[in-house]
Design a protein around this ligand. Structure first.
Ligand code: PLP
Ligand SMILES: N[C@@H](CCOP(=O)(O)O)C(=O)O
Length: 460
């Protein structure tokens, strides 16, 4: 399996190289040159398998010969052994045709653990073979950072620097990042928003000397391996509702477009998905794009679903690449225009996007009302990101079963949840003392050169 850049100017890589490289050298994102497909019989044969067995079957064609079957099986087994639910990603029924896919049973209580726990194992296996040290720099609006720290803390051949927007993540999210005592963990609170953190990360990749000097690696969803790991739960959930003999739809709370792009890959692989619905909060650039055909930055307003307070939605580039017939120069041109704040998508490309994706948004009031209403109707306590999905999912119900993705545990956002439904969601036992642990983080200005110097100093 070979990986190519969405901007067409970077070297073609194998899976291991693409994983360790992260962002392509031309600024693009790596995608598989071809998408492997599964027949109806192969999908039907997934019924009754464990999560780990489905993960192996779905992901194996993408990793080529990077790992033997036995190595890959062991990597998968280790990745999911810390999850607190036997099913890993259980389904809960909300209504006659509406289901919730619970993705928060991993160690940091968010869907990020599905990919990050796997990537942690994949990196360890690859780095122990090569004996190399890498510097992971991650940008987070709250959940990616905690999941990355959990996956990489204490490893001798990795330093992990996490940039998070100062004052714009929940207290639980911040403490998950700032309380691990391991010396290879560096939590940096940037005086800016998530887009500033992500832009700094991409600039670091664009600086060849810095990138090579520190052996920079990425664990954001710009890294293809992140997306790949998330394809699996689309299969497990759809099959448990009758796929391939019955279609399903998904509604995905969306910020950086990684999670819904994983659903798109599942569909391209042959999973019978009727609708893939993009659900945004009030920072609704993706919904506006689907309605207007123009991707236009308007500024981010902090919300009660802070992990989705994003404007520059990285993985949308991967979707654009496909609907522009994989023309790298066309994507490079759009991304160049975005530097000035906006780009227009061609009619043909928009038609193709709308064939695959529907969209909707939830205001702050609607998010709060959904948490309250769902608790009253079903006794389910939703996190605000999940509530965004459930609200938009309900608007898109058809005769096909709808699966809304529940991306975080409500206890990560207790203030918003309690204000909405009166329930104070408790942290699970392994995090019960989170607010008694010492915090350790550095507040840094939103200044690229300063960040690079700080990283080099810490590594020295
Ligand atoms: C809880 C939660 N829900 C939804 C999202 C949005 O996911 P994505 O960025 O893959 O679109 C995020 C952030 O990634 C998140 O942390
Ligand atoms: N919502 C994310 C933002 C980063 O997204 P990623 O998918 O690129 O890791 C977060 O919680 O950090």
């Amino acid at each position: 399996m070979r990986y190519i850049s969405t901007r067409g100017q970077a070297p073609v890589l194998n899976f291991e190289e693409a994983m360790l490289t992260g962002l392509a050298s031309d600024g693009g994102l790596y995608v598989p040159e071809t998408i492997p497909t599964m027949s109806e019989e192969e999908i039907a044969a997934l019924a009754g398998l464990s999560y780990e067995e489905v993960a192996f079957t779905v992901m194996k064609p993408f990793i080529g010969d990077t790992f033997t079957d036995a190595e890959f099986e062991e990597i998968i087994a280790k990745a999911y052994q810390g999850f607190k639910h036997d099913a890993r990603a259980p389904l809960v029924q909300l209504g006659p045709n509406h289901f919730l896919l619970e993705l928060f049973h991993g160690p940091t209580l968010a869907f990020k653990d599905f990919a990050m726990q796997l990537i942690g194992q994949l990196f360890q296996a690859a780095l122990s073979r090569s004996g190399k040290h890498v510097t992971i720099v991650g940008a987070t609006s709250g959940d990616t950072g905690s999941a990355a720290i959990e996956a990489f803390k204490g490893l001798s051949n990795v330093d992990v620097f996490i940039l998070f927007p100062h004052g714009r993540v929940s207290d639980v999210q911040r403490r998950q990042m700032t309380t691990p005592p391991e010396s290879n963990v560096h939590a940096l609170a940037v005086e800016g928003d998530f887009d500033d953190c992500q832009a700094a990360l991409k600039e670091m990749f664009a600086d060849h000397d810095f990138r090579e000097g520190v052996k920079l690696a990425a664990v954001n969803s710009i890294n293809w391996a992140r997306v790949l790991a998330q394809v699996v739960y689309y299969f497990t959930s759809a099959v448990s509702l009758g796929a391939p003999h019955r279609k399903v739809s998904f509604t995905v709370p969306t910020g950086n477009f990684g999670d819904i792009f994983a659903g798109y890959i599942a569909k391209r692989m042959g999973l019978p998905i009727e609708n893939l619905v993009i659900a945004t909060n009030q920072n609704d650039i993706l919904h506006r794009t689907m309605v207007t055909g123009a991707y236009t930055k308007e500024g981010v307003t902090p919300s009660i679903s802070p992990s989705m307070d994003i404007q520059v939605s990285s993985n949308f580039e991967r979707a654009l690449f496909d609907v522009y017939d994989r023309e790298g120069p066309a994507i490079a041109q759009l991304m160049d225009e975005l530097k000035a704040g906006s780009f227009a998508i061609s009619q043909g490309a928009m038609d193709r996007l709308r064939d695959t994706f529907k969209s909707g948004r939830a205001s702050e009031e609607e998010t709060t009302a959904t948490i309250k209403d769902m608790f009253a109707r079903t006794n389910e306590v939703l996190c605000p990101h999940t509530a965004v999905a459930v609200k938009v999912g309900e608007e898109n119900l058809t005769e096909v079963p709808m699966i809304s993705l529940s991306t975080a545990h409500p206890a990560k956002f207790p203030a918003a949840v309690e204000a909405a439904c009166g329930v104070h969601p408790e942290l699970p036992p392994h995090m019960a003392d989170l607010f008694e642990r010492d915090e350790r983080f550095t507040v840094v200005p939103n200044d690229l050169e300063g960040l690079k110097s700080l990283i080099k100093e810490r590594l020295a």
